[in-house]
Design a protein around this ligand. Structure first.
Ligand code: C2O
Ligand code: CU
Ligand code: CU
Length: 478
């Protein structure tokens, strides 16, 4: 069976918003898709990896004419791809060369909070640095790094502070999947921007409390990209790194593709499809088989009817490998019968956004949960129809989607996730457990909703240190 529709409630798609900014084909020459370099470790041993990550300003030739002023990690825009190996201890030296305070949040890593996790309680001030150490103990996945200072996460991500990171493990490495980075395994960071006079971005001018958007697609920091296909099969690791936009992905000729992974793991089984909606902060990995094309052909990836990437087909060797029918066994720990279902509501729109009726407060802990216990959380989008889809995200954990309004989850959200998009009026039940202690945020990942207060935080209590005290910031000076 091939999925040929986008799931979700069409009436809630972003293009129905009053403030919707339609994508447009950019007026810029085609350029090769930027493939972020792999960040070189400062040092790697059998057990440890050491990296230096620098948040910096830069300038990039994105459009004809003036260069655009940008921010990035170890690069002028976005960042180099960081590789983490499961089982290793990671040592990060985080450096801020920006003119304002920032944080380094590892979206998708199950590491202790709030300092290692890098949310709003882990500031790094201009000209300063911070060192963190944590162990990687989670399945192979495509995760990401982004800034998270409250309430300026959205503006800093818009400046360019977002980078991909790949978690590797032995199981994934043993499967016959494309894995040659930059050749047949490529990160695809989907964003959008508006270019103002002199090709500059102007976040404040474009501000919309329901999420900032621009008409120009930007993929891996490239405007109007093409990619040279030199292998029959190509693995695309999509990340929706946009502040607000959903991407409705499909190829020319309705080319069929296979989804193999979601946010935090491979899917249990590959899912064949021709259409894929990706919401803010989600990751979806697909394998595309270009076997029916010949050198000189061009295959286009679209969102709605706007081209995002042109795949230029070159000579390649026939590839008869098939994707295994079983990719991953999703852990399925039993729910703790002492823990009642925990309810979260995603409320309002525009300036009125809130969670459980309250706006986020940095020095308030909204909930406590014991480490290692498994609980059902019911996430409800209280927007009346048509409303909008809120992508709900949790730090520090990998959860499992159990049901949508009592029905089975979508077939391509069956692995481990850290973000789940919730339709208006819908209850999504997820199974949540934490293997690490600390303070963790959970919020809508339309980044302006998060900054606007559709966010809360919980304390995961380690039974060995039940009274551990955390220093919580009450605001950040920007
Ligand atoms: Cu992408 Cu609070 O995170
Ligand atoms: Cu996160
Ligand atoms: Cu939202």
């Amino acid at each position: 069976e091939v999925i040929d529709h986008y799931f979700y409630d069409e009436s809630a798609y972003d293009y129905h918003d009053g403030g919707y900014v339609p994508l447009e084909e950019p007026k810029a020459p085609e350029k090769p898709l930027n493939i972020p370099e792999i960040l070189k470790p400062d040092k790697e041993t059998a057990t440890d990896m050491y990296y230096t990550i620098v948040a910096q300003t830069g300038e990039v030739q994105l459009m004809p004419g003036k260069k655009t002023k940008t921010w990035g990690y170890n690069a002028p825009l976005l960042g180099k791809t960081v590789v983490f190996k499961k089982g290793k201890t990671i040592h990060l030296h985080l450096v801020n060369h920006l003119p304002e305070v920032t944080t380094f949040h590892w979206h998708g890593l199950a590491i202790p909070g709030p300092i290692e996790d890098g949310g709003c309680h882990a500031p790094v001030y201009p000209g300063e640095s911070r060192d963190v150490t944590f162990k990687i103990d989670q399945p192979a996945a495509f995760v990401w790094l982004h800034a998270h200072p409250c309430p300026s996460t959205a503006e800093q991500v818009w400046h360019g502070l977002a980078a991909g990171a790949i978690v590797q493990d032995e199981h994934e490495s043993s499967l016959p999947l494309p894995r040659n980075y930059g050749v047949d395994d490529i990160p695809v960071i989907l964003q959008d921007r508006r270019f103002h006079k002199g090709n500059q971005w102007n976040y404040r001018k474009d501000y919309d409390p329901d999420g900032v958007a621009g008409p120009t697609p930007m993929i891996n920091g490239t405007i109007n990209p093409y990619f040279d296909v030199t292998t029959q099969k190509v693995r695309l690791r999509f990340l929706d790194g946009a502040n607000r936009r959903e991407f409705r992905l499909h190829f020319s000729d309705d080319l069929e593709f296979t989804q193999i992974a979601g946010d935090l793991s491979l899917l249990p089984h590959p899912v064949k499809m021709t259409k894929l909606l990706i919401a803010c902060a989600e990751r979806q990995e697909i394998v595309v088989d270009f076997g029916k094309y010949k050198p000189g052909d061009v295959v286009t990836l679209y969102s709605d009817d706007v081209p995002l990437i042109k795949f230029r087909i070159h000579e390649f060797k026939p590839d008869n490998t098939s994707i295994p029918e079983t990719l991953f066994e999703t852990p399925d720990p039993a729910v703790d019968t002492d823990l009642p279902v925990h309810h979260v509501t995603l409320d309002g729109m525009d300036e009125a956004v809130a969670m459980n009726g309250k706006k986020f407060k940095m020095d308030r802990i909204d909930y406590k949960m014991p480490m290692g216990k498994v609980q059902l959380w019911d996430i409800c989008n209280t927007n009346p129809a048509p409303g909008m889809i809120h992508p709900y995200h949790m730090h520090g954990t990998a959860f499992e989607v159990m049901s949508r309004n009592g029905h089975a989850p979508y077939p391509n959200e069956l692995g481990l996730k850290d973000t789940v998009a919730v339709n208006p009026g819908e209850h999504v039940v997820i199974k949540v457990w934490f293997n690490v202690p600390g303070i963790f945020m959970y919020h809508c990942h339309i980044i302006e909703h998060e900054d606007g207060g559709m966010m809360a935080q919980l304390q995961v209590v380690d039974p060995a240190v039940p009274d551990k005290k955390y220093h919580l910031m009450d605001h950040m000076t920007l």
